[in-house]
Design a protein around this ligand. Sequence first.
Ligand code: UD1
Ligand code: CA
Length: 478
Amino acid sequence: MLEVVILAAGQGTRMKSKLPKVLHPVCGRSMLGYSVLRAQEMGAQKIVVVTGHGAEKVEQAFAGSGVVFARQDKQLGTAHAFLQAVPHLSGDSDVLVLYGDTPLIRLETLQNMQQAHQSSGAGMTVLTAELPDATGYGRIVRGTDGTVERIVEEKAASAQEKQIREFNSGVYIFNAKGLELVSKIGLSQPANEYYLTDILELYRQDGATVEAFKIQDASELSGSNDRVQLAEADLVMRRRINEQHMRGGVTLVDPESTYIEDTVKIGRDTLIEPGVLLKGETVIGEDVRIGAYSVVQDSLVQDGVTIKSHTVLEGAEVHSGADAGPFARLRPGAVLEKDVHVGNFVEVKNARMLEGAKAGHLSYLGDATVGREVNVGAGTITANYNGIDKNQTVIGDGAFIGSNSVLVAPIAVGKGAMIAAGSVVTQEVPDGALGVARGRQRNIEDFARRFWEQNADKVSKKHAVLHAWLQEQQVKNS
Ligand code: UD1
Ligand code: CA
């Protein structure tokens, strides 16, 4: 049995932000979100998050996620923070302590640490690593035989202790005895805080051993206190995520310029070109191609889809064999069914394009159903908004919409119907009919020629080809 306490009450002044520090995202997931996720992955029976600064916002962000909150009204130190969580703990299981601002700790590390803790029989295990210069961290003080004796904080460390390279990550696993021991921790000077690190010596006085679980990669343990460190964490996380996808069978042409959030899933043999952003609850299938500089957020892209460069998807669904872009925009509620084609400068919003429908160029399709194999000509617009309400356009299967048409919703175009190019359609077009809604063409013979001839001087200067043609006509007629 394992219970997890996540300390997240600290202020994070250096972020200089209205947003509580632990809510700042790293590759799309909040820092606290990683700690909660790791706790869940560890199979925690209970997860207690200690909140303080920005508590309302933090609690709101994690409401319904299954965690329990313990408020720490005054930040009197890490031991005091832990103490707030104690009433929520069962008192008969091991406790893992995490921070809300160290998103880079790997699940594997925590699992290995837990295993080491269990097999050593220690009362407490501390996660540590070494840095050439561990300034700022609590240092691990070991006896001559190598046993862990205590942790000394930077502020209290002697010159000699400051040379110690092994530092305390702040991640611990201890047995249920810790719930009792923590209440015995007194105020530490000169900080005048209750230090959770003091629990180590209490365990030893109680006759238990304390072990350090030392890992090689110290960067896993680094917290993000300002925006520079946040960007560093983002970079580490991004590389990690990208590597995981590549090892899983996804081709990233330029991993350094590819941004994939932690929440995104991608199938095998999918190829992602440079500069792509994949965000939120996005799921991408197998054999998909995502073109350079495209952005895909909260969208479903099925197997075999091609998204061409500079295309933006948000809350969209693209089914197998469909393609979109370059420069297409699929907004929330856009559904492109199988084999649909959407080309450049086409915007689709809250509209379903049924199997095989095509809109190749320069269109707005909003609040619409576009039937199977419909051809939407270049420049077609669904006029869905009358200034107050949004209205629906329904286009029947196999219809052909001529270029530069405006379909003024609410409107229905029948199956197999045609719309003449340049029409402004305001009335229903029945199945199989041709809707023409534009001025009739009339040609005025020689009108243009006379105009050119009347301006012969200017034409000769500006329009060489036209001038030559007019001369030719004169020769013929003379
Ligand atoms: C702490 C450790 C130090 C370790 C370092 C690793 C103590 C006394 N020291 O130091 O040995 O090397 O972490 O980063 O524990 N928090 C609260 N309430 C409080 C104080 C802190 O919730 O009253 C939370 C913070 O939000 C943060 C974590 O506890 O997530 C650590 O607090 P911080 O002030 O950063 O501890 P350090 O002084 O860095
Ligand atoms: Ca810190």
